[in-house]
Ligand binder design. Sequence first.
Ligand code: HEC
Length: 114
Amino acid sequence: MLVLGTVACSDSVGPERPIDGQQLYENYCARCHGPDGRPAADQPQARDLSNRRIIDTLSDESISMTIRMGRPPGMPAFRDEFTEASLMVLVAYVRGLSGSQGSRSKSTGGTPPP
Ligand code: HEC
């Protein structure tokens, strides 16, 4: 399967514009995980997504699985909330919060994390 960060046309639902990972994150995740990945004050049990040591241990698959299935009882399941393409963008955004390169095998090219 080929999914690129900027695919918009393979997305049958939704308007034709690039998927914005930050927008998705702020809409769905920031209320618990905080805008920068650090858990919100009233959600101390949420995982610190800005901690690279945590995120580095998670594969893209496990992050998207967590988003889909949730983490009862603390984190709701988003199930069909996101298209496959949106999930990929969101996972990449979550990784970016910690600067994690994750389990991606790409070792050449690509821009280094900020
Ligand atoms: C209602 C609060 C809440 C929301 C909304 C929420 N989470 Fe979580 N999340 C949590 C809690 C609590 C945990 C820790 C669960 C645990 O310890 O098992 C968690 C854990 C995680 C983990 C770590 C999973 C692991 O394997 O360790 C990731 C990644 C994550 N959330 C991503 C997201 C993303 C991305 C979104 C937005 C789509 C999101 N969360 C929305 C509460 C939330």
